[in-house]
Write a protein that binds this ligand. Structure first.
Ligand SMILES: Cc1cc2nc3c(=O)[nH]c(=O)nc-3n(C[C@H](O)[C@H](O)[C@H](O)COP(=O)(O)OP(=O)(O)OC[C@H]3O[C@@H](n4cnc5c(N)ncnc54)[C@H](O)[C@@H]3O)c2cc1C
Length: 469
């Protein structure tokens, strides 16, 4: 049964508090990107592949180590290493070709999803797969083989037709499932450790009108619910937010679905602005127990509304909507990939885990559907999985970071026992043994690195932490 009887009252009192707080000047934006964990030697920002090639050639000559950064939203130093040259790829952000017949777009890897959506929408097209937010670069997303709300095209590699990759020895190679297929696998989702993706050709989709449908359901019915979802109508996007109400934690969830109507959006009517949902309520949840109890009620009855929007609009939210305004605290993300038949068990364990650790606050726990990754050498979902994303607020100091690391290791052990994996773009909390237990395929990445990056120039904190035997 769904428990939202008493939540209504609580929601009302929370609204009053919310209205007062949001009208006050207490909310001042602080940060939304994580600080770097290393000091690069210097940063180079080439705006053309020729300049990039020149920089890499010089580094090769000098035996200078290199890290690559896109939009820089990974949270554990996956884009940098102390004393390494950091190559910022964001200036290489051109759309190179749009093949309307094949519905394929070729872009430079520093383009962001938002920049790409803007250009595609003019032609009535949309991105197939990307993260839940549009601020990331295509290259950085390929570097982690991202996934998002799209249920058919994730992980992102599914939509990749081909890539051009600059090797550290100066060669630029084309790669696809038929041309240099080993390199294709070795570059996708391997955190910039094998080669630098300069261009990519992606499959795109028509920018159709999607019908948004929001459901409040009991969590223990979720597996059946999602199996039945696309029986009658084509499901395009899906995510489900577990109730974080401390009184009935995880009992219910709000499922947000977008069904494809097949009707094309009119390009001129497209709004190119990113969506910036109100950050105030999210920040209130970090501080107020009342707001936590009312969260699901507020979300279902107020924040999420049924309706129609284009695919680009539904996929056009900005991470700015997550901006932390609570002084002295930071937000972190974690994500776990769980076999479908273990999801309910994991949710129970997650609840126990939260009960044992009270110094941080769970702000969001979202479930998404992730398809088996057949492309990357380093798959986080070797088979179909449910991804459970945790958005956590904790005091921004060393003590709480250490406590978070210890707590995370406990949770990773639980996930590994369930034959699941954790996601790598976040804080490097996992122990060395946990990393290797989760990702035994990393030895194949090291082999590929030996072949394609012979001089061993490409590096980052992830590699430095776990990449040695
Ligand atoms: C608020 C927030 C929400 C998120 N939501 C999602 C989500 O919904 N789904 C998801 O999958 N992930 C999600 N993430 C994780 C995020 O997707 C990854 O960190 C992603 O890589 C960010 O893109 P970026 O451009 O910032 O990449 P960066 O952090 O800059 O780079 C990521 C990795 O790719 C490598 N790289 C960058 N460019 C290239 C290139 N041209 N060639 C080769 N390697 C390259 C980098 O070296 C690095 O190892 C989220 C992160 C945050 C902070």
């Amino acid at each position: 049964m769904i428990n939202f009887g008493s939540l209504g009252l609580i929601a009302l009192s929370s609204f009053t508090l919310y209205a007062w707080l949001t009208s006050s000047s207490l909310f001042k934006p602080i940060i939304h990107k994580q600080p770097l964990f290393c000091t690069p030697l210097r940063v180079e920002s080439p705006d053309h592949p020729i300049n990039l090639k020149r920089i890499v050639a010089q580094a090769y000559k000098d035996k200078q180590q290199i890290s690559i950064v896109g939009a820089g939203y990974s949270q554990g130093g996956q884009t940098c290493a102390s004393q390494a040259l950091q190559i910022n790829i964001r200036e290489m952000n051109q759309l190179i070709n749009l093949n309307l017949e094949e519905r394929e777009v070729t872009v430079q890897s520093g383009i962001t999803w938002q920049q790409l959506q803007e250009r595609l929408s003019i032609f009535g097209l949309s991105v197939s797969a990307m993260q839940s937010y549009a601020d990331f670069t295509v290259g950085g997303s390929l570097g982690v083989n991202a996934h998002g709300q799209d249920v058919n095209w994730n992980p992102l590699s599914r939509s990749v037709v081909s890539m051009r990759v600059l090797m550290t020895d100066g060669r630029t190679l084309n790669t696809s499932r038929s041309e240099n297929p080993e390199l294709f696998k070795a570059v996708l989702g391997t955190y910039g450790l094998v080669g630098i993706i300069t261009e990519v050709t992606l499959k795109v989709l028509p920018n159709t009108i999607l019908l948004k449908q929001v459901d409040l359901i009991s969590t223990h019915n979720y597996n059946d619910y999602i199996t039945g979802l696309s029986r009658d109508k084509p499901l395009a996007l899906h995510s489900a937010r577990l109730s974080i109400n401390p009184l009935y934690r995880f009992k219910n969830l709000v499922a947000v679905n977008f069904f494809d109507t097949g009707q094309l959006a009119i390009p001129e009517q497209e709004d190119h602005e990113l969506n910036y949902p109100d950050t105030h309520y999210l920040n209130l949840v970090k501080k107020s127990w009342l707001a936590q109890t009312a969260r699901t009620t507020v979300e279902y009855f107020w924040l999420e509304q049924n309706g129609e929007m284009t695919r680009n609009q539904a996929m056009g939210e900005s991470v700015v909507s997550l901006k932390n305004t609570v002084a002295g605290s930071k937000d972190i993300l974690q994500e776990y990939f769980i076999p479908p038949d273990k999801l309910q068990l994991f949710i129970g364990k997650l609840k126990e885990w939260l009960g044992q650790h009270s110094y941080f606050t769970l702000i969001n726990a979202t479930i998404r559907k992730v398809n088996a990754d057949r492309d990357s050498l380093l798959p986080y979902a070797p088979e179909d999985r449910f991804a459970v994303v945790l958005f956590i607020n904790l005091p921004d100091n060393e003590t709480s970071n250490t406590r978070m690391q210890n707590a995370t290791r406990e949770l990773i052990d639980t996930v590994l026992d369930l034959n699941g994996r954790y996601y790598l773009p976040y804080a490097l909390y996992a122990s060395y043994n946990q990393f290797w237990q989760a990702y035994p395929e990393f030895k194949n990445v090291i082999e590929a690195k030996t072949k394609w990056d012979r001089a061993g120039l490409l590096t980052n904190r992830l590699y430095q932490s776990y990449g040695t035997f």
